[in-house]
Design a protein around this ligand. Sequence first.
Ligand code: ADP
Ligand code: ZN
Ligand code: ZN
Length: 733
Amino acid sequence: MKRARFLKVAVPSPLYRDFDYLPPPGTDPSALSPGARLKLPFGRREVVGVLLEVSDKSDVPQAKLKAARRLLDASPVIPADMLSLARWAAEYYRHPIGEVVQALLPVPLRQGRPATVAGVSAWRLNAAGRDADPTALGRAPRQRALHALLLEHEAGLDSQEIAIRLPDAAAALRALRKRGWVDDVTRDAAPAAVSTAPALVPLNPAQRAAAAEIGAALGGYRAFLLDGVTGSGKTEVYLDSIAAALARGLQALVLLPEINLTPQTLARFRARFGSVAAFHSGLSDGERLATWLGARDGRAQVIVGTRSAVWLPLARPGIFVVDEEHDASFKQQEGFRYSARDLAVVRAQRAHAPVVLGSATPSLESLHNAAQQRYKRLHLPERAGVARHPAVRLVDIRTRPLTAGLSDLLLDAVKRHLSDGGQVLLFLNRRGYAPTFMCHDCGSQELCRRCDARMTLHGRDRLVCHHCGAERPAPARCAQCGSASFGAIGQGTERIESVLAELFPGTGVARVDRDSTRRKGSMEKILAEVRNGTRHLLVGTQMLAKGHDFPNVTLVGVLDADQGLFSADFRASERMAQLITQVSGRAGRAERPGEVLIQTLKPDHPLLVHLVREGYGSFAAAALAERRSAGLPPYAALALLRAEAPGTDAPKAFLEAALNRLAAGRVAGVTLLGPAPAPMERRAGRYRAHLLLQAAQRAPLQKLLAAVLPELDELKEARRVRWSIDVDPVSLD
Ligand code: ADP
Ligand code: ZN
Ligand code: ZN
């Protein structure tokens, strides 16, 4: 008798299990290898699933099993190592395997489309295009830019490379083709080979030592924490280490926070390696598929991407790099809540490759791992090149006259630096005009109708909720007392911008925040105007703290250092210290010395004093001591069970029921805290509550979650809520 074969399949479904199917009729059983996709009947739908394994057992009676409709791949699309990583991550993050596998696949493959590169085309200027006079393009700036770009790349560019350098170039490309200047060279386009150019600058001794240690680790697992002050030349160390991996025929995967993946960053990598593949949300599905396949098949040798790039399969993994490893954006905060940084370390371990986590302000987790010798710490203590460390000082604003939150001391410094020809950067992590809009007569504030939050005034007459996006015009009369007199209390970046424009007429003020940079290309425009000296005063949110190089900025002002010190979230002070340090690092990047002034109401706050007097390392040591005594990460493992619903009762009832189940699990060493309302209980019309699981060791926490989570969906209280589990949460909101 022929032995029955059962297919264990990952199906896109929120259920905590795989599903059994019979092989598609008439399929050669030997063609059924794990990692191949299958078309499946699922309920009343037809879905694309991924084969996890072929087994000779099934718990489902054979008569009840359905057959898969059809095998989509003759050979597995997902390589074995990635399938195994997906299963590991599903266990670790307690997330349904079907959804984890989805995260791994580019959209066209999720939809069942063939695993081949389609949709990527390549273009080159022909003789007419090269000889053409670009002024003929008159007022078509995109066509001119594209023409110039193609002139620079004689061999042609594929659509992915064009998209990275020039977003929204599709119409311009059509126009240039219509003029007969551009040829389609898609079919001749061979994958560009990497060619390693020599470094532009000789590395300094600290950089050389770091790169040598990393290079020596190639071929085996080793985790490095590259702890280097801003401007110390970490990127040059990555580039050198990657060059060493490429020389051995290996691939490199570099992860960056979304906001740092700028054309300038890519240009730096391209200058060194010629061909660099990118993977980020600005690309089309087809372009992402092309990078995915190129990485999997080994054609792409250097890949630079954002969080989701951690799921790119690699034919010959050689080195993993996570730049700005402390950045919270590496943690996905909804759905499948994985940490790309942590997964990069896991991948490196499984692939026997080194991983480099780099930052000027390492996370407390990574510093702890380094102290425990799990990571090797590499230190770049000095700025590379000519720049020196800025002088940092606290400004006690309790006793000083303030103009829209700007102390006289800070304003004097602004004046001084401007008249010395320097540029000034003011940091305030709050966009809009004012965070509070209040009736002068009765003191009532305008609140969001769907959140436990105040509305922020934008412009002079628009109220916006920063938590749910709700908008309404500012009222003409107070709903409580009928008064028509309102006050805008406090300040956001818009207000600072307008105050500065009044105080320093003719200086050119630039504002950088999510509002001012919403339109494509607007950020580039502002940055260009700062670089070419049209604008001397910059005010902005955390967008300013990251990545950008402003060589002429000599003064940095932090308007409100206290934002992070009094938050309910235990990570808030760490984040604020990182932001302050990063933004301070923008001062004095070139020859001119920098100065940093930090305004606070709490000049004696121990964490702030550590940060300012002795630097981030000293702050981190003090913050780690606090975490240890409070039993918080990295000295404990956390998981957060969240629930939300349109009413207050349902989340509480669900979490109470979950608490009972978890308590009945009887795993020693796990503390259950709550249920409690979230710090902002009502958001976007939904009431939110959570239950915190805390354990000194990770193993018992994992054991308890594994035992109990699959049962939670069966609770009758689960039907009235949306719930989720967050392992290693970055925020307790
Ligand atoms: P980080 O990533 O650590 O902030 P970067 O790698 O961006 O630092 O380097 C900061 C600046 O210093 C860049 O302009 C870079 O070109 C320059 N630089 C890096 N290494 C050297 C070096 N060894 N000598 C001179 N300049 C350097
Ligand atoms: Zn009123
Ligand atoms: Zn709201």
